[in-house]
Design a protein around this ligand. Structure first.
Ligand code: FAD
Length: 423
């Protein structure tokens, strides 16, 4: 599988006859975490919402299954935390990193002051199904699967909705507000003419599954990692398997591909000898999924009648695994700010600007921290020909309570906690 959700834009055809059109206060393009949460929050506050998703299900292998404490608090605020916890899940408290000079634990969520001091790992498909089922209880919510959005409906410089191709032809949704929540390859962003500013982090990641064996678990905390010679390995406990990531310098994918699975197995075992038996299960390159790491941000997230949220507005580097968290926080802020104007039937550019204003600085701040870590820490590890040691001063710094808990707080809540506005 690939990590691309990019819908291929066909050339405009002569026969774009609309076979069905309907109206909605808000039309959300993209049923990922950002779009689904926004749809649910608007629906429960009585706003008419149409959610359009190009796929016919929510199944997303390796799109991240992490629900951070901030997301769990948001679920709690809308009364869903308890039922969410009934889904099969694993709790992640923080990885233990195996370095040349012994284990190191940079993040421990257990010390956080929250009802949910852990990252919940739940298959993204199950999470999205759970939320859309919940949204489906509201008559003002409409979900269209296999809805491939390919056009914006624009009149006098104002976006009035979208056109999508369904299995039976072209459809149109007219809306007061259109939200592009269609991910890192956003078609809506492209159609609106927004160009994100991209930075290129120094690494890419290969994701794959390794089996759990009777002699596991390996460490407490639900995750472990290893620093190799120019490589980083991470593994997350998924109950019946390990979800593993092999981090390597950007631009080296072809080299790895040519060296083949056998060489990759050897590299994994070199970093983490306890994975020797597990690695034997990797026999075919098709078991691996490449995440081409990027980080980007649109200078502007809105125009009249249109707003971008989540990855469509800003792709987050995987450092700290905050992409889902940030998409959902965008959705919460968008719902808080826009429910009133949507219900009043008038969404002003200033309302949309307010969403960007509230969410842009937390995004910029976390991207700056990610960029610092990528340049100063990860790039050094990836350049090294030796197995990396964690310097003594770093270990000492991590004994100071305020500093020790800072990474956990940032990962858990982002720069600023976001709450669902009631009423
Ligand atoms: C391999 C990989 C691993 C990741 N791991 C993690 C992780 O562990 N933790 C984490 O927090 N983040 C992770 N991320 C990032 C995370 O997936 C995103 O940050 C997050 O999903 C963003 O949510 P979103 O709702 O903005 O967009 P997305 O989740 O990308 O959802 C966009 C949706 O829009 C739909 N869509 C696209 N085009 C159209 C169209 N034309 N018409 C209709 N629908 C359309 C897509 O099918 C998709 O369902 C990972 C990403 C990748 C690629």
């Amino acid at each position: 599988m690939t990590n691309s959700d990019a819908a291929v834009l066909p050339m405009p055809t002569a026969g774009e006859d609309i076979i069905e059109a309907h109206e909605s206060s808000c039309c959300i393009v993209g049923g990922g975490p950002g779009g689904v949460v926004l749809a649910l929050l608007l629906a429960r506050r009585g706003v008419g919402v149409t959610l359009l998703e190009v796929h016919n299900d929510f199944d997303r292998e390796f799109r991240g299954d992490t629900l951070h404490p901030s997301v769990l608090e948001i679920m709690d605020e809308i009364g869903l935390a308890e039922r969410l916890h009934k889904l099969r899940h694993v709790k992640l408290y923080g990885p233990t990193i195996r370095a040349a000079n012994g284990p190191f634990r940079p993040v421990d969520l257990r010390r956080l002051r929250t009802r949910f001091p852990y990252i919940m790992l739940v298959p993204q498909a199950k999470f999205l199904e759970f939320l859309t089922e919940e949204a489906g209880k509201y008559r003002n919510f409409r979900l269209e699967m296999r809805a491939n959005v390919q056009r914006l409906v624009e009149e006098d410089g104002v976006v009035r909705g979208v056109r999508f191709q369904g299995t039976d032809g072209w459809h149109e949704v007219r809306a007061l507000l259109t939200v592009g929540a269609d991910g890192r390859f956003s078609v809506v962003r492209h159609l609106a003419g927004f160009e994100p500013i991209k930075t290129s982090p120094p690494m890419d990641v290969l994701w794959f599954r390794l089996p759990r064996l009777p002699e596991d678990p390996m460490d407490s905390g639900g995750a472990f990692g290893g620093l190799g010679r120019g490589r980083i390995l991470i593994a997350l406990d998924r109950d019946d398997y390990w979800q593993a990531g092999y981090v390597f310098p950007k631009g080296h994918y072809q080299e790895l591909r040519v060296a083949g699975v056998e060489a990759l197995r050897r590299a994994i075992v070199e970093i983490e000898p306890r994975l020797a038996k597990h690695a034997e299960y990797l026999t075919d390159w098709h078991q691996l999924s490449l995440l081409s790491v990027e980080s980007s941000r649109c200078p502007r997230w809105y125009k009249r009648g249109l707003l971008l949220i989540g990855d469509a507005a800003h792709v987050m580097s995987p450092v700290g695994g905050v992409g889902i968290n940030y998409a959902i926080q965008d959705a919460v802020v968008a719902a808080n700010v826009l429910t009133g104007p949507l219900k009043a039937g008038r969404v002003q550019p200033s309302d949309l600007a307010e969403v960007q204003r509230r969410r842009e600085w937390p995004t910029r701040t976390i991207q700056a921290i990610q960029s610092f870590l990528q340049k100063r820490v990860i790039a050094n590890v990836l350049r090294s020909q030796e197995t990396i040691r964690v310097p003594r001063y770093v270990r000492l710094l991590f004994r100071i309570p305020l500093l020790r808990d800072l990474p956990a707080r940032l990962i858990a809540f982002g720069v600023r906690r976001v709450h669902v506005q009631s009423g």
